[in-house]
Design a protein around this ligand. Sequence first.
Ligand SMILES: NC(=O)c1ccc[n+]([C@@H]2O[C@H](COP(=O)([O-])OP(=O)(O)OC[C@H]3O[C@@H](n4cnc5c(N)ncnc54)[C@H](O)[C@@H]3O)[C@@H](O)[C@H]2O)c1
Length: 458
Amino acid sequence: MSLRQFMSLRPLTRALTAVKDGVVHGWSETARTLGLQEDLYANPLHRPLERPVTVVLIGAGHRGTIYANFAARNPTEMRVVAVADPNRHRRDRLARLHGIAPERCFDSWEQVFEGARLADAVIIATPDPLHSAPCLRALDQGYDVLLEKPIAPTEAECRAILAKAHATGRLVGVCHVLRYTPYFRELKALLDKGLIGELISMQHLEPIEHVHMSHSYVRGLWRNSANSTPIILAKSCHDTDIIRWLVGDHADNVHCFGNLKWFTDANAPEGSTERCTDGCAVEHECPYSALQIYLRDRKRLYVFDLPEDSTLWDATILQALKTTDYGRCVYRMDNDQPDHLTVNILFRNGVTAAFSMEAFVSYEGRRTRIMGSLGDVTGDMESFTLTTFKTGQRRTWRMKTDAHGGGDHPMVRDWVQAVGQQNPALLSSPIDASVESHLMAFAAERSRLQRTIEDVRL
Ligand SMILES: NC(=O)c1ccc[n+]([C@@H]2O[C@H](COP(=O)([O-])OP(=O)(O)OC[C@H]3O[C@@H](n4cnc5c(N)ncnc54)[C@H](O)[C@@H]3O)[C@@H](O)[C@H]2O)c1
């Protein structure tokens, strides 16, 4: 190491030796000690808007409702002025909450675009196969767009949206909410500041958690890749995106192994039945019992459109378990999504990343290990430990967020600011970078199916 290089490391070494081993602190104190920004969301380009950005919500389900809630909490920044959803219960609830007139409530996304423009922008939170068509129409009519991930189920559609965004000059933000979680923002700040020296490699784990896997990718909307998208896109485009963002360079090559090993007919226990409500002999010992998950534990109930009167819930849930996919045996579904997969990525700057997606874990929350030339970081979405090689000192800090990592509303705010000021620089998750991280996922799926090493080229 040259004297110049050594001198440039001294402030960092001094900062790190000033802290004690294993002390747990919050981010602001850590940031102060290490010379990082204390408020990760403070953006000098954000400013009060002259009027709220007006929005049409397309898809008033789970995600759409969360994004619309931003308007309820921040009425000077965003206003939902129209809604489209074929589900009357959801449409009416949304319209009631946001004071939307009946003539601005639509049965389906197509009707939104039949007349003159209704608002500044649209939020598209429909099921995966219904992203690209409304997005292309919206761009053609001059709307800015906030688009749920995945951008689209095929590479061709993703590229078409990118091309249309460029041609129309409209803004397209993609809901890669991880980029807005305190955990990943802090990680990014550490890396950008050079606190572990030069980035060499990383390992990243997405532990889906076994019941979450059964709910979404065995029984739920994403169980079959042909009707939705391959799980590497549906679930893990967040991960390819966050890995690419942290590495800060383009991916060159991708390689993937993975398969569906457990949730298959062959593993259906003796005495099990088509539905958990059919008198299944092993219902009481099965970790995937729908009666246990939904009725007794009352988990993941947002899929059932429950009435406001909670005394009616038991009967409504039981009826749903007898009639919908959520009551079916996890070993007798038409699912094809892998329940475990591993992806290796080589980036243009020589950094390598190893990513695993695992269904069979008892916990949720991404796990990260990042290796640098001067130190390493390990984290689990709730805490970090930064270790510096020279001093051997370790610094740990913790954060508390909501169940979705705390990124949803900060993401909406950045998008609203970008639309309100017509400034794409405000988007942390713009369409160009998002399409590239989707291409990494498409390449991984090709590699898994064909046992090849795939190139990634935008
Ligand atoms: N960013 C994230 O972290 C994240 C998390 C979960 C889901 N998602 C994605 O968000 C999207 C929505 O997922 P969700 O969990 O909210 O699903 P959901 O089923 O709760 O909501 C989708 C809504 O779209 C409506 N819809 C269906 N057809 C329509 C049409 N023709 N016109 C208008 N609306 C229509 C449905 O009735 C439903 O209310 C999916 O693409 C999903 O992959 C993103």
